[in-house]
Write a protein that binds this ligand. Structure first.
Ligand code: AMP
Length: 470
């Protein structure tokens, strides 16, 4: 007998990306009508086929966000190519690794980035995509590989997570159902398209539902203007919400038509949650995701959104805590393994469950909270210290704008809890912050030193790069 969850999983994974993404008739995406999307992506597919790209070949995509990026991506998908988008900020060293690992037959790159790729691989100019007669449709199954996304690789070298058509459909459909996304929606999209947050949620979700999608580069003024123009949804990372709130504090705006603000990819501090609720006029909805599974856990659309918690599993996903409280996932959303890396794949799974590397905590209602990465766990004097727990305490101090807690090597303690603090306008002293922590936490968890910095090093998704602090 098939369990209910197996049934949901199968339903969410049905079909293939291009057929599902290009079917709806409504809403424009990055200024393109559905007819334009279909016609022009078919032309791109034809152009790539003429260059010799075949089903299953990898095609790199190395460019800043644009409508052309979307056409190149869809063109490749229609051919059954495995698209390999990567961060346009990457430099030679990172690009070389991704290209030698994914082994693409061609790389689509924009003007600014062509020179870097030219010595390495055949390059297709994004601004002058070759177009040709649409090729014969290829046969794509939910199990056909669709996309390789390289993990940000804060520890070790980036690994390529291979996602199939079924994974990507399940990821988008799970979120669509949970967030009640329909063709009547209009998303303001300001996230990088090379990451699953912007691609798997933002772009695929808009295409699948037939909703409107406006693509902009992030800037708080531009976001507010786009939202005032009648949008209904915005997806962002906490660092974006911080700046959006700063903007709204100075210039309040009427955002009454927006029905949903989603935050994720990094923890949303409870103070920022409250600030958002006040300035946006509604509580933001925090969700949790990972490249290998897309968005898998979310606070409820209807029902209380709890600061500091990421919520419940989306349709088709199961979550459990394994050894050391590691968050483990199972479901149609979850990838099958890393590209040409059976060893890493084997290490990433236990009994069919994907090990996320995040430390979790489940409450009596089954709502999940993320306490940090296992690799970032600090072991000080033999005791485990969860950096997020210490950060949450320090974030509540009015003199702290942002904080990251890391373990620095120490002879007497093994590791020493250290807080890197971006001070607020009223700058606190080191002893004041340590005292504040000591009133609220056991002594072994409290920072032994505080370093004041102007900004925390963050990646394109707003995640703090702790290895750089160490
Ligand atoms: P990525 O694979 O780049 O999407 O990064 C995934 C990681 O981001 C997760 O393993 C978490 O450590 C972190 N992450 C994503 N969403 C959240 C969230 N809402 N709260 C805390 N951490 C998050």
């Amino acid at each position: 007998m098939i369990s209910a969850i197996e049934d949901v999983r199968r339903r969410l994974r049905e079909g293939s990306l291009p057929e599902a993404l290009l079917a709806p008739e409504t809403g424009t995406v990055a200024g393109l009508t559905r007819a334009q999307l279909r016609e022009r992506s078919a032309g791109v597919a034809g152009g790539l086929a003429r260059l010799g790209v075949r089903q299953g070949d990898r095609v790199g995509l190395y460019a800043a966000n644009s409508a052309d990026w979307i056409l190149a991506y869809l063109g490749g998908q229609r051919l059954g190519a495995v698209m390999v988008p990567f961060n346009p900020a990457y430099r030679a060293h990172e690009v070389e690794h991704i290209l030698s690992d994914s082994d693409p037959v061609a790389v689509i790159a924009d003007t600014e980035r062509r020179a870097l790729v030219e010595p390495l691989r055949p390059v297709v100019a994004l601004e002058e995509l070759p177009v040709d007669e649409a090729p014969r449709p290829v046969r794509l199954e939910p199990e056909s590989p669709a996309l390789i996304i390289y993990t940000s690789g804060t520890t070790g070298r980036p690994k390529g997570a291979l996602l199939d058509h079924g994974n990507l459909l399940a990821q988008a459909r799970g979120a669509i159902e949970a967030w009640r996304w329909t063709a009547a929606d209009h998303l303001v999209h300001a996230l990088p398209l090379f990451h699953l947050h912007g691609l798997g949620m933002g772009l695929h979700g808009s295409l699948l539902t037939g909703a409107e999608m406006t693509l902009i580069s992030f800037d708080p003024v531009a976001v507010v203007a786009a939202l005032e123009g009648g949008a209904t949804m915005f997806f962002g990372v906490p660092a974006m919400y911080q700046r959006l709130c700063d903007q709204l504090e100075q210039h309040p705006a009427e955002l009454g038509r927006v029905r949903l603000f989603v935050s994720g990819s990094a923890p949303l501090p409870p103070e920022l949650f409250s600030r958002c609720r006040r300035l946006l006029g509604q509580p933001p909805l925090e969700r949790y995701g990972i490249t290998e599974g897309g968005i898998v856990v979310s606070n409820p659309y209807a029902g209380p959104r709890r600061p500091g918690r990421v919520g419940h599993a989306l349709p088709g996903v199961e979550v459990r805590l394994g050894e050391q409280d590691e968050v483990q996932l199972k479901g149609g959303q979850v990838f099958g393994g890393y590209w040409r890396d059976p060893k890493a794949t084997e290490e990433a799974f236990v009994d069919g469950w994907f090990k996320t590397g995040d430390i979790g905590e489940l409450d009596a209602d089954g709502s999940l909270a993320i306490r940090g990465r296992l690799k970032e766990l600090i072991i000080s004097g033999g005791f485990n210290v969860y950096p997020r727990e210490v950060e949450l305490v320090l974030e509540a101090h009015p003199g702290v704008a942002e904080v990251a807690v890391v373990g620095l090597p120490s002879e007497s303690w093994g590791e020493e809890v250290t807080a890197f603090v971006v001070p607020a306008r009223e700058r606190p002293t080191e002893s004041e912050l340590i005292g504040f922590a000591q009133e609220r936490l056991a002594k072994f968890k409290c920072p032994r030193s505080v370093r004041f910095v102007e900004a925390l090093p963050r990646n394109a998704m707003g995640k703090v790069q702790r290895s750089q602090l160490r």
